[in-house]
Design a protein around this ligand. Structure first.
Ligand code: NAD
Length: 425
């Protein structure tokens, strides 16, 4: 064993005070006093709060939050907070929204706020009988689930429906119970997981099988957010632009290689709002991608068409499990502020706004790709990052950015050389 290699086997790390944890990390990784001070600066999330949010907390990772302007959604103007490290994401939404604003903006809707919890049952020789036995217990199941969360029931949520599927797997037949629960203004993972865990022993008893997993499904297809918008032909630059955008969409919908990137662009906007409101980005992303593959082939989350008048019509539909309570939504002060800027009063309202942002993001990406290419818009902002990476500070950042963009050479080596020249001048 190399005795110089520090050990990651640190017993009781979680019990240390934050400052002590930082010290231990500093010893391990050879961090300077300056590095440690950087870790200790937690910005707008107090260390005390953060320390209660996750285990082994040592610092925060601040991400810029911007506000998307020009959005008119269901007849109401909104400023939408977006937390993202990627340049051009906020600008893209603002641009798409500006081009649709005068025509009325976005119209949204939602299929409901129901989540699905799954209970896996194995080891039954007669799965069809087991399935029917479980379905017979609907009233018992309803009562047990609702008893788990009286707060939710009081708010009009709670158990809604029961589905039981027999699944043919490599490990033999499995009986999968779906508890369908209206979680109202909560994302609902904890709420439905508690119900699934409570119910599982009863399912095992009723069927003489063995229950294994008890967890929500992120394929929240009973919680679909939808948005539609029409971009007038003259606002987008004419029929050639429209047709090139449609062709780009047809490509994405037919080819998973392209659809992955097409949908990644959509999620640039979606995840940024999800994060800015303290919601679970991974849950929404998993749901979106699973939904995009629901037809058996991974495809586009959006659809684009030409209206009878020749305008460009876009629609989006995707699962949107977000909440106004639970998780970090109420705990993170900036997430609370994000929700305040949005002015939403229900999880449904939030989900619908996020769908509109996803559609706007897709519009801008398609338009850029189908016309000037994505790099033109990206480069101006990317150049700022390169300028900062090259060491530019203060006023130097803008000056160096302008030089890089004018040269059309947004590269580290060029940035370093140009920065040196700027400093000499
Ligand atoms: P939660 O349990 O913290 O809060 C939800 C509870 O708040 C409800 O059960 C209800 O009792 C109460 N409540 C108060 N006001 C409410 C209202 N207006 N509407 C609805 N409920 C209200 O949070 P949660 O939403 O159940 O769980 C979300 C968290 O679970 C997120 O942090 C997520 O990251 C995490 N999580 C996700 C997964 C996953 O996605 N696979 C798995 C486990 C945990």
């Amino acid at each position: 064993m190399n005795t110089l290699t520090p050990s990651s086997r640190i017993g009781g790390f979680h019990k240390l005070a934050v400052a002590q944890r930082i010290e231990r990390v500093a010893q391990f990784a050879g961090l300077s006093a300056e590095d440690q001070a950087q870790l200790a600066q937690t910005g707008n999330l107090p260390a005390e709060t953060a320390d209660h949010m996750i285990e082994n907390f040592v610092g925060t990772m601040n991400i810029p939050m911007g506000v998307a302007t020009n959005l008119r959604i269901d007849g109401r103007d909104r400023l939408v907070p977006m937390a993202t490290e990627e340049s051009s994401v906020v600008a893209a939404v603002c641009n798409a929204a500006r081009q649709s604003y005068d025509a009325g903006g976005f119209v949204t809707s939602m299929s409901g706020t129901q989540m699905i919890a799954q209970i896996q049952l194995t080891g039954v020789s007669d799965p069809q009988h087991a399935r029917v036995r479980i379905l017979e217990r609907l009233d018992d199941i309803r009562a047990m689930c609702d008893a788990c969360d009286p707060v939710l029931v009081k708010l009009g949520g709670g158990f809604r429906d029961l589905e039981v599927r027999v699944l043919d797997t490599r490990g033999g037949a499995m009986v999968i119970t779906h508890l369908i629960v209206d979680t109202r203004d909560a994302m609902g993972a904890n709420a439905v997981n508690t119900m699934a865990e409570k119910l599982a022993p009863h399912i095992a008893q009723w069927t003489s099988g063995t229950t294994n997993l008890r967890i929500l499904s992120n394929l929240a297809d009973r919680r679909l957010a939808r948005a539609r918008c029409v971009w007038p032909l003259d606002a987008i630059g004419g029929a050639a632009v429209r047709d090139a955008m449609l062709s780009a969409y047809h490509f994405a919908d037919a080819d998973p290689y392209r659809a992955a990137t097409h949908n990644k662009g959509i999620m640039n906007g979606v995840s940024a709002v999800v994060l800015a409101t303290g919601n679970d980005t991974r849950a929404v992303e998993a749901g979106a991608h699973a939904y995009a593959a629901r037809g058996g082939r991974y495809a586009s989350l959006t659809a684009w068409e030409t209206t009878a008048r020749g305008d460009l019509a876009g629609t989006i539909e995707l699962p949107m499990a977000v909440g106004l309570v639970g998780g970090a939504t109420k705990v993170h002060p900036t997430a609370r502020l994000g929700l305040k800027i949005l002015g939403v009063s229900s999880a449904e309202e939030l989900a619908r706004i996020i769908a509109a942002v996803g559609l706007a993001q897709n519009f801008s990406a398609l338009k850029a790709l189908a016309t000037t290419g994505i790099q033109k818009g990206h480069m101006a902002l990317h150049a700022q990052n390169i300028a900062m990476m090259a060491g530019a500070v203060g006023g130097e950042i803008d000056r160096l950015t302008q030089v890089l963009v004018a040269k059309g050479l947004v590269r580290m080596d060029v940035a370093e050389a140009e920065l040196a020249l700027l400093r000499q001048a």
